[in-house]
Design a protein. Structure first.
Length: 249
């Protein structure tokens, strides 16, 4: 069983594995009183005046104490993060990381600029953002929500928002995630397809180099010893006919 868990864990795509691992470890550290939520929540004053820049990242890694809310969020974060990374972002790790960076930056700016919003942990909003983007890119997938209702994928973020209302949670977190997801979806998938549109969001080259390495030079001509193969096994070789011997025509 341990081998199976390790195998499944290593088969997770890299960004999904790193994020979910960070969320679980952060929650365990808080649960064991190794760190306090007061040390990791989103606090612009502490970030800009006390240079506690880690809060820009750690506030996305904590979903609250271990319980239903934590399990609900970590499962959804893992599921839709993985489906995006293995789906529309397959073999585009740099683009996927840039999408996450853009979304987290947008959510942080919403929190700073919206004085009526008091959200100190943005992990749930980030999860809704992932759900929204996946749902818009998979509009014909039919969903079943706990066996209670069936609907197409684009309605999923709104169903989750209604579920939050039933649980007594603030809808602002869900609305922020939906807004961030829609901004990315519009700039990346909608606007470039419009007449006169163009792609606004471009992954920086250093991220592409970091995750995918330098691009191959199309004019590169490897040395013979560096080329694959070297002998055409199974194919006839061109040989010169031996010279005729004396007395033979």
């Amino acid at each position: 069983m341990a081998h199976t868990f390790q195998q499944e864990y290593m088969e997770m795509p890299p960004i999904t594995r790193a994020y979910t691992t960070a969320c679980v470890l952060t929650t365990i550290a808080v649960q064991l009183d190794i760190i306090s939520p007061l040390q990791i929540y989103f606090n612009p004053q502490a970030i800009f005046y006390k240079y506690q820049v880690w809060r820009l990242v750690t506030n996305f890694m904590y979903f609250g104490p271990i319980g239903f809310n934590f399990l609900f969020n970590i499962i959804f974060a893992y599921r839709y993060c993985r489906m995006l990374e293995e789906g529309s972002f397959r073999n585009k790790t740099a683009d996927f990381f840039f999408m996450i960076l853009f979304g987290c930056t947008l959510l942080s700016l919403m929190t700073i600029l919206s004085f009526f919003v008091n959200v100190v942990f943005l992990g749930s909003a980030f999860t809704i953002m992932l759900v929204y983007l996946w749902s818009r890119r998979n509009p014909y997938v039919r969903m079943n929500f706990f066996g209670l209702m069936t609907f197409h994928a684009p309605y999923l973020p709104w169903v989750l928002l209604g579920f939050s209302v039933l649980l007594g949670n603030s809808v602002m977190v869900d609305l922020m995630g939906i807004a961030a997801g829609h901004v990315y979806y519009f700039l990346e998938d909608v606007f470039p397809q419009q007449p006169g549109g163009f792609r606004i969001l471009k992954t920086p080259r250093f991220l592409t180099y970091l995750f995918e390495g330098p691009p191959e030079d199309p004019n590169y001509n490897p040395l013979p010893e560096d080329r694959p193969g070297g002998f055409n096994w199974g194919e006839p070789q061109n040989r010169q006919a031996p010279p005729p011997q004396d007395g033979q025509n």
